[in-house]
Design a protein around this ligand. Structure first.
Ligand code: GAP
Length: 461
């Protein structure tokens, strides 16, 4: 089972402290979200899993953390200033502002307003998605010399550091650079909870390869990502691949395969249940070329007169110099978190006929690994023992102590936030130095001696 819709996860998130509407006490800020105590843990665990998998477990990836605000030239030569836009239309009937490429068409091929159904829409006009800002205390808002952007992707920070990383790490092709960081897009139609927002986080790899190896390695990355996504507990039946058509490809891409997740299982049309979790693009040698000082156009003019570096690669084995091709797997932290929560969501009926929610997160991702609960909070010896056990577990795994309700209620709360183990201290514990360990998914209980508890949990986490 997985969540019946995104709203179920949005409501659980607010109720239990995963994700809150941002700026809520001032009426909110359209499609902005804050990650609460459990959400920040879950997001950090996703990022940790990714970094371990991408950077530590492979031998060919280096990490990077580049700036959010870059020299404006980066966005000029990357093509974002001219092409990073969505086609905007206004509905003359209901005054909605819409993205034309997301609208359905009627039998006559006319675009239909998704808000009121009218086909009386304005002609599309391009709307650049980059957020603008100005640099310097004395700059005027409209001073083009002070204009800068918040990055709409982390990728460009990687391309412009290609030579720095290559020279300092003494890498040979193929190798990659990984980065996790915030990106900003002034989306025309954000929405669906954390699926599409104006501020979000990306985990991107730019993998530099010889042109003749690009197809094989593209496929290898695709296979590797499918495995990593499944390791997050996301079931195969809720993932599928989508090959972008020539019209859909970004200006830099020769081939892009998206991995889709079933974010909208409630939709009756199966085709409409899916949306993009991530994309894996073959960006060719476009990026390193456009940021290099040497390449020239057909008239012999430098395509980039502002760059001070050449980002070509010299292969000592073949004595060739060329611009590496780039394979780019790019995935959003927020969309991953949403897919992980949707897939982990389950409901179970108790013997009394009550419905309980269990978030069956893989233990690696669970915000809290163990909750230590005293069976009687008015018995000081039990409370003291439970707090001691929690403190003892805490350095090696995230544990909490909770005595704010009856045991049934405490179990239900931990099930709903995905805690794999509850450890209960009862009257007998004082005699036999053992505790009851309750398993989240099966609700089975086992008696475990306190001396063995740490290793018992470590083995199962
Ligand atoms: N560097 C390539 C790039 O940025 P993209 O397909 O535009 O490609 C990559 O974005 C990923 O970033 C998406 O697959 C998605 O997971 C995430 N993403 C993009 N826009 C987003 C938004 N407005 N809100 C949340 N996540 C977003």
């Amino acid at each position: 089972m997985s969540a019946p819709n995104i709203e179920t996860i949005a409501s659980l998130s607010k109720r239990r402290g995963f994700v809150f509407p941002a700026s809520d006490i001032y009426g909110g800020l359209g499609s902005s979200w804050d990650y609460g105590p459990l959400g920040v843990e879950l997001a950090n665990n996703i990022k940790k899993s990714w970094w371990n998998w991408a950077v530590y477990e492979r031998d060919d990836i280096e990490g990077l953390d580049s700036s959010i605000i870059l020299n404006r030239s980066v966005w000029k030569y990357s093509g974002h200033e001219t092409t990073f836009s969505d086609p905007l239309v206004d509905c003359r009937s209901c005054k909605s502002r819409l993205r034309q490429d997301k609208l359905d068409t009627d039998d006559a091929g006319k675009f239909i307003c998704s808000n009121c159904g009218s086909t009386d829409l304005t002609e599309p006009r391009p709307f650049n998605l980059m957020f603008r800002t100005t640099i310097g205390a004395v700059s005027a808002d409209d001073d083009p010399a002070a204009l800068a952007y918040l990055r709409p992707e982390t990728a460009q920070g990687i391309f412009i550091n290609f030579k720095n990383v290559l020279d300092t790490s003494r890498r040979k092709l193929p190798f990659g650079i990984a980065q996790i960081g915030k990106a900003f897009r002034n989306e025309v139609t954000p929405g669906n909870f954390i699926f599409r927002t104006r501020e979000f986080e990306q985990m991107e790899i730019e993998y530099f390869v010889r042109p003749d190896e690009v197809q094989k390695l593209h496929q290898e990355w695709l296979d590797a990502y499918l495995e990593w996504i499944k390791s997050l507990g996301i079931s195969a039946e809720n993932i599928k691949l989508y090959e972008q058509s020539a019209e859909e490809l970004a200006h830099y891409s020769e081939r892009t395969v998206d991995i889709l997740y079933r974010y909208f299982p409630e939709r009756s049309d199966e085709e409409k249940q899916w949306d993009e979790l991530m994309g894996i693009a073959n960006r060719t040698d476009y990026d390193l070329r456009v940021h290099s000082k040497k390449p020239e156009d057909a008239d012999g003019k430098r395509i980039n007169p502002d760059s001070t570096e050449d980002l070509s690669y010299f292969d000592p084995q073949t004595n060739e110099r060329f611009y590496p091709y780039i394979i780019e797997p790019s995935i959003g932290v927020n969309r991953t978190l949403l897919a992980v929560m949707m897939d982990a969501y389950t409901e179970k009926t108790t013997e009394k006929g009550e419905t309980r929610v269990i978030l069956k997160l893989v233990p690696e991702l669970a915000p809290i690994k163990a909750a230590v609960l005293p069976l009687a909070k008015n018995k000081p010896e039990i409370v003291e023992m439970a707090k001691r056990i929690k403190k003892d577990l805490q350095p090696s795994l995230r544990a909490v102590y909770d005595d704010t309700g009856g045991i049934g209620k405490l179990y239900a709360r931990q099930d709903e936030i995905g805690t794999p183990f509850c450890v209960t201290v009862d009257h007998e514990s004082l005699e036999d130095n053992a505790v009851t360990v309750r398993h989240r998914d099966s609700w089975e209980q086992e008696r475990v001696s306190t001396d063995a508890l740490k290793s018992y949990l470590a083995e199962r986490l």
